[in-house]
Design a protein around this ligand. Structure first.
Ligand SMILES: Cc1cc2nc3c(=O)[nH]c(=O)nc-3n(C[C@H](O)[C@H](O)[C@H](O)COP(=O)(O)O)c2cc1C
Length: 224
């Protein structure tokens, strides 16, 4: 069996935004943590990693999916569970379904917008059902106080989708990291302010991310 595929989801879609920077921080923290069994790059001559207890981390950016505001005419939970994809009425839903079906577990990285998650994330979740159902999920939130209210709302939504949400949720307080000002045609990654990084380190965020990652891996192992 191949390694399990874990998608880290960038949830906000405006430009500029902080979400790609926070997503990269989460990705790199997990990918470089020696206790998380991420698949290591193999050279051309080596046999490919086929250990199903290993994970491959990828990033899905909802901005790149360009989903319109929900316009699907069928109800996702009413479709054939084993193969819902061809039954959607819209090409963009079929494309999104095919993307999500590629993954075994998800880490949602979300900002807090007015005490909840951004509409872009709720919209992307609502489009599908069986593609999410039963899969392990983890939550990383951020906001001036860590985005805990967004995390709580998201946990409720993911539970409604019957996802297996792991116990450790990580909240990242963002007090000093600022977005670039001015006109931004393309998007540039924002550096995380050293004072925020230190605050996270002092609060044990690296250990919390490790716990969250290991809980996700344990959930995936239950499927073997
Ligand atoms: C519409 C909107 C609502 C927000 N509401 C909150 C909030 O309730 N609590 C909070 O801590 N920050 C809030 N913020 C600040 C965001 O957490 C901060 O701007 C963050 O950078 C947003 O993520 P993004 O840049 O990836 O969109 C809000 C920002 C926006 C744009």
């Amino acid at each position: 069996m191949p390694p399990k595929r874990v998608a880290i989801i960038t949830s906000s879609t405006r430009t500029p935004r902080l979400n790609p920077t926070i997503t990269k921080y989460v990705h790199d923290a997990l990918d470089t943590d020696p206790t998380i069994p991420t698949r290591k790059a193999t050279s051309q001559n080596q046999t490919p990693d086929t250990d199903p207890r290993h994970i491959i981390l990828s990033i899905i950016d909802l901005q790149a999916q360009s989903l319109p505001l929900y316009d699907e005419s069928v109800i996702p939970a009413g479709l054939p569970p084993a193969d819902p994809t061809p039954h959607y009425s819209k090409a963009h839903t079929r494309a999104w379904s095919a993307v999500v079906r590629e993954y075994d577990a998800f880490i949602f990285v979300t900002p807090q917008y007015n005490w909840s998650i951004p509409a872009s994330l709720k919209n992307a979740l609502d489009y599908l059902y069986y593609e999410w159902k039963g899969k392990p999920a983890a939550i990383v939130s951020y906001g001036s106080r860590g985005g805990g209210k967004a995390a709580d709302h998201l946990k409720g939504v993911l539970s409604g989708l019957r996802m297996r949400v792991v116990g450790t949720t990580v909240g990242l307080p963002v007090k000093f990291t600022g977005l670039p000002v001015g006109d931004h045609e393309g998007e540039e990654l924002v550096e995380i302010d050293e004072r925020d990084l230190k605050g996270w380190k002092d609060a044990g965020v690296e250990r919390m991310l490790r716990n969250m990652g290991m809980e996700l891996v344990c959930e995936l192992d239950k499927d073997l």
